[in-house]
Design a protein around this ligand. Structure first.
Ligand code: PMT
Length: 421
């Protein structure tokens, strides 16, 4: 992650609830200074100290600078007053961001394995989706570069944690090399940057967004099916981008081989009927429905039980139409819900896309040109033309699917803002 200079005019930390997890490394002695810097910016800071961390920095010093008690063990001492039996989950719910600095090899292993053996681990597991987690590994250089540590770091990164690599310089061992924790000022800037990126200012923040993605499979018999080449990449990119903007995202995924984007609830389905049934459950409650799936339009009327014999030269397969999920939502949505679709067409398909926009009562449609090389199914880039229900057209160049998802959400945000005025 690049640590960017934040806009000095905007104090994104004011009123933010920050938890700092401190592990057992010598750099822990710098954390009281970080707490002071954060407090000066108006943040509310709580500290979770591991057993190892307590060897390097005193609980009293941290409680004094944070003006809060310090959290260590999951089990509260029974003799203490006002015992809070659920604090192991309430702190994760409370926080706007979690900073783990210094993060030791041991804690990286515990967190990547999903252990819950102290307060820091419990907070990590219960933090709300979309809240930034910044991890600052700091340790001996050789240890940092070891296979196990790098594997654990990679696991945490795939879960959406931001890993800020240690700096090079003089280490506590007297050796010189990679392993130093960045200075408190740099940690503060990284946190500011991450909070900027959470998209709390996005109109999609807190909105319930349902996205369909991938192909569907329609059974011919127990071993064969009708399907298409959709990989799910476009729908998953939209889900990832929407979650980053703070939306509460449910992804209805056909059979694809993609990891679930961080902070996204995923429901796997196989056929159009299953996707339709899953989608229906969200029709009344969602704020925005995006149809990025390539839903099979037809399914075999009567799937054969078992494996069909291949003893005939010719067979006829009767197909019946599948429910149009997006149209069903579009035609019944309320005035405060938005429906967005895709239309996969050849170059000349603009009119056909417009027709789908009207017939399905959509607020926006992305005309998706396909050539199987630069755009459409199973490639990493896409070429979209966005058509609004007011006829406004925005032609996008060839973009990565992540960038195209960003542009689509920008356009949807404009629709949300218009609705507010
Ligand atoms: O998954 P990728 O490999 O990344 O490819 C992305 C994509 C090309 C699949 C995607 O960008 C895309 O264009 N999806 C829609 C493809 C399509 O088949 O569109 P359509 O013209 O058949 O349908 C129009 C809209 O109605 C779509 O939003 C579709 O999701 C929806 N629909 C269609 C039929 C149906 N039974 N139910 C639906 O919800």
């Amino acid at each position: 992650m690049t640590i960017l200079q934040s806009n000095p005019g905007a104090n994104v930390l004011k009123g933010k609830k920050i938890i700092i997890g401190i592990c057992g490394g010598i750099a822990a002695y710098k954390i009281p200074q970080l707490v002071r810097l954060l407090k000066k910016r108006g943040a509310i800071v709580r500290v979770a100290l591991t057993e190892g961390g307590a060897h390097f920095v005193s609980e009293l010093a941290l409680a004094t600078v944070s003006e809060e008690r310090v959290y260590r063990k999951i089990f509260p001492p029974m003799e203490s007053e006002g015992v809070d039996f659920t604090r192991h989950i309430s702190l994760g719910e409370w926080a706007d961001a979690l900073v783990i600095a210094p993060a030791t090899a041991n804690t990286l292993a515990r967190l990547s394995a999903g252990l819950c053996d102290d307060m820091l681990a419990a907070i990590f597991l219960t933090l709300r989706p979309g809240k930034p987690v910044l991890i600052f590994p700091a340790m001996d250089g050789q240890m940092f570069l070891s296979h196990s540590v790098q594997r654990n770091i990679a696991t945490l990164a795939t879960q959406g944690c931001s890993i800020i690599n240690p700096e090079s310089g003089e280490l506590a061992s007297g050796l010189c090399g990679v392993g130093r924790m960045p200075e408190p000022e740099a940690i503060l800037r990284a946190l500011e940057e991450a909070l900027h990126e959470t998209g709390e200012c996005s109109p999609l923040y807190g909105k319930k967004v349902v996205i369909t993605a991938g192909p569907t499979r329609e059974k011919i018999d127990d071993v064969r099916f009708i399907s298409n080449y959709s990989s799910g990449k476009m729908g998953f990119a939209i889900a990832r981008a929407a979650a980053k903007r703070g939306a509460i995202v449910t992804l209805l995924a056909g059979p694809v081989h993609l990891p679930t984007p961080p902070g996204v609830e995923r429901l796997d389905v196989e056929s159009a009927a299953e996707m339709n049934a899953a989608a229906e459950g969200f029709f009344n409650s969602c704020d925005l429905f995006i149809g990025a799936a390539a839903v099979s339009d037809y399914r075999p009327a009567t799937p054969y039980e078992g494996k069909m014999k291949k003893d005939k030269e010719e067979i006829e397969l009767a197909l019946v139409k599948n429910p149009d999920i997006l149209a069903r939502f579009g035609l019944q949505k309320s005035a405060c819900q938005l429906a967005v679709g895709f239309a996969l067409e050849t170059r000349t398909g603009l009119e056909s896309a417009r027709k789908k926009l009207t017939e399905k009562n959509l607020d926006l449609i992305a005309f998706n040109f396909f050539d199987r090389k630069t755009s459409g199914f199973d490639v990493d880039t896409n070429i979209l033309t966005l058509i609004g229900s007011n006829g406004e057209i925005t032609e996008l160049p060839q973009l990565t699917k992540d960038a195209a998802a960003g542009k689509l959400l920008d356009a949807i945000e404009q629709l949300c803002l218009k609705d507010r005025h």
